[in-house]
Write a protein that binds this ligand. Structure first.
Ligand code: DGY
Length: 409
């Protein structure tokens, strides 16, 4: 039996398509934006040059306006829906028309820190592209203050309860006839529902109908919500990008301005009634009124507080393994259904960085021990039941292997 370190490296190598890494074979057969940034972090533990290659292929897909798409369809694959023929973005290589959580700058900083000399020219070449993406976030998506998403898939936490109040207003009948592929790869009970999918596809079709015009999508699209998860990830990434820029001798005042504006907007996503950060429908102003794991990414941005600490312990103490993606005491909680309850090793790793940086070292260690126990028991799955450790979703998963090598192992 090889060691778990060797197994994790073999997963990264096995999912490596040459310059980019699949999240997992079958279920996700292309390059995904935030998965790729975590893959790079994982590679940096044993192949620094390959780590930079991963970030290069991701940023090479950047649109002219600065947006970095959530999927890059390098090669055709009939095993995934919706593919490039559905998105119709006209990009080369073909891409989806939406983005994903901007963890790339934070991962780039960590990779650079792991080998300063090897990374010097690589980070200098990436910096202007990361800067352009962050400017896009500020100008296109922070117009209401916190970071806004136009499709639940942009959050990376696709079907989490945060989006329910926005999704009820999306007319799923616009989806038409289609065949899902995800449910042929993994247990359908662990995936989003048909109603969710109809709405996901209807939002994509709306994007196609307006030629993926970003202003129009934000102003009039079927879905617009403030995402606490992306807000905190972006805030941390702005700080990391500014730190990189300073070391490269760049003027970072523009980035500092974006970070200050984003930090000043945090009261807009603090829900007093819930006692936590919360998602908010930007069309109606309504809060989701449900605790999700995105709230705990606040620690990553130095935005924790004693009330949030209480919520964290309340939710976490109800389960045995890792931080649940939805509130275990809420009626919507389902411990095996994707983002409606399971614990996600990759999100645990991000929250852990935040806990450690906010002085909660003991909690970080608890989170590491629980996450490592899941992987030791069952291997490198996409997500897990936080109550009985049942492995869920895709197996041999890139980002679970990556966070084992960088943090949990
Ligand atoms: C999927 O296909 O489930 C992805 O999460 C969309 O990005």
């Amino acid at each position: 039996m090889t060691s778990l370190d060797d197994q994790a490296k073999a997963i990264l190598r096995g999912n490596d398509k040459g310059g980019y890494t699949l999240p997992t074979h079958g279920l996700y057969p292309y390059q995904w934006n935030w998965d790729s940034a975590f893959a790079a972090w994982g590679f940096s533990t044993f192949d620094n040059a390959r780590a930079w290659d991963e970030l290069d292929t991701l940023m090479a897909s950047q649109w002219d306006d600065g947006m970095v798409p959530h999927i890059i369809f390098h090669q055709p694959d009939p095993g995934y829906f919706p593919g490039p023929d559905v998105w119709q973005t006209g990009q080369s290589p073909a891409t989806s028309g939406i983005t994903q959580p901007p963890v790339a700058a934070s991962m780039a900083r960590r990779i650079w820190d792991s080998d300063r000399d090897a990374g010097q020219t690589r980070i200098a070449a990436l910096y202007p592209k990361l800067l352009k993406w962050h400017r896009w976030w500020h100008e296109a998506r922070c117009t209401h203050g916190p970071a806004a998403i136009t499709h639940p898939w942009e959050s990376g936490r696709d079907n989490c309860p945060d989006w329910d109040i926005g999704m009820v207003n999306v007319d799923g009948s616009g989806a038409g006839e289609y065949t899902r592929r995800d449910t042929g790869h993994v247990n359908p009970e662990m995936r989003p529902t048909k109603e969710d999918y109809d709405r996901y596809i209807a939002i994509v079709k709306y994007g196609v109908s307006v030629g993926w015009n970003p202003e129009k999508i934000v102003a009039e699209g079927p879905f617009l919500m403030a995402d606490p998860g992306i807000t905190f990830i972006l805030l941390r990434a702005h700080d990391d990008l500014a730190a990189i820029g300073r070391e490269l001798g760049e003027d970072v005042s523009e980035i500092e301005g974006w970070a200050n504006a984003l930090r000043a907007s945090l009261p807009l996503i603090w829900n007093d009634a819930l006692g936590a950060y919360d998602a908010r429908d930007l069309r109606t102003g309504a809060f989701a009124n449900v605790l999700g794991s995105g709230a705990f990414l606040a620690y990553l941005a130095g935005a924790g507080n004693p009330q949030l600490d209480k919520q964290l312990m309340r939710a976490w103490d109800k389960v045995t393994y890792g931080i649940p993606s939805a509130d275990p005491e809420a009626p919507i909680f389902n411990p095996r259904k994707y983002w409606r309850g399971p614990t996600w090793p990759v999100v645990n790793a991000l929250i852990a960085i935040g806990l450690e940086d906010s002085g909660h070292h003991d909690l970080m260690e608890r989170l590491r021990a629980e996450t490592a126990a899941l992987i030791r028991k069952h291997g490198f799955y996409e997500y897990f039941d936080p109550i009985d450790a049942t492995p869920c979703g895709g197996a041999d998963f890139t980002w679970t292997a990556a966070i084992w090598l960088t943090w949990a192992g």
